[in-house]
Each structure stands twice: as C-alpha cells, then as structure tokens.
Unconditional design. Structure first.
Length: 93
C-alpha cells in the first residue's frame, strides 16, 4: 500500500464536510465511512485524519464568512478531481 495523495484526502474531506453541513448528520459517521474505504488503498488514511481536515475546512469557512458553501464544495471537488496542481487535466486511471 502507499500514502494517500493530498488531493484525494482533500476531496474526501470536503465531501464529508459537505454532507455534514448540508445534511446535518454527525461528521464522525461520514469520516468513519470514508476512512474505511480509503484504508483499503492507503496506509495513512483514517477517519481521524478526515475529521481533522474537515474541522479545519469548517473553521476556514466560518472565518471568511463563506456564502453558498454547497457551491464552494462542489467547485472544489470538480476542480481538484479534474485538474492537477499545475492546472493540467488530471490523468486518472
């Protein structure tokens, strides 16, 4: 197994945060669910890590007084899964 790429952890954490905020279901449930799936492929992916990243995302959104957070989440997920950090289309196998 290998280490979870930052972009994968980011997308999964944003998705967990999105579901927590918009569906009002406890974050640990989503973090545990996604953590179990990621642990099948990566050594360092755990619910604890997803929870930590999700909490930081929520702090940032509160700090900047974000509006339309559903759109922010969707935009991040789309862009991050479609393009790499240099802006080139991502080659996902």
């Amino acid at each position: 197994m290998s280490f979870c790429p930052l972009w994968v952890m980011g997308v999964v954490s944003v998705q967990a945060t999105k579901q927590y905020v918009l569906k009002d279901v406890p974050l640990p449930g989503y973090a545990f669910k996604y953590g179990q799936v990621l642990e099948q492929y990566y050594d360092d992916a755990a619910a604890r890590k997803i929870m930590s990243v999700s909490e930081e995302i929520m702090k940032l959104l509160v700090e900047i007084e974000a509006q339309d957070i559903g759109d922010i989440f969707d935009g991040y997920i789309y862009y991050t899964t479609s393009y790499d950090e240099k802006g080139s289309p991502r080659k996902i196998k």
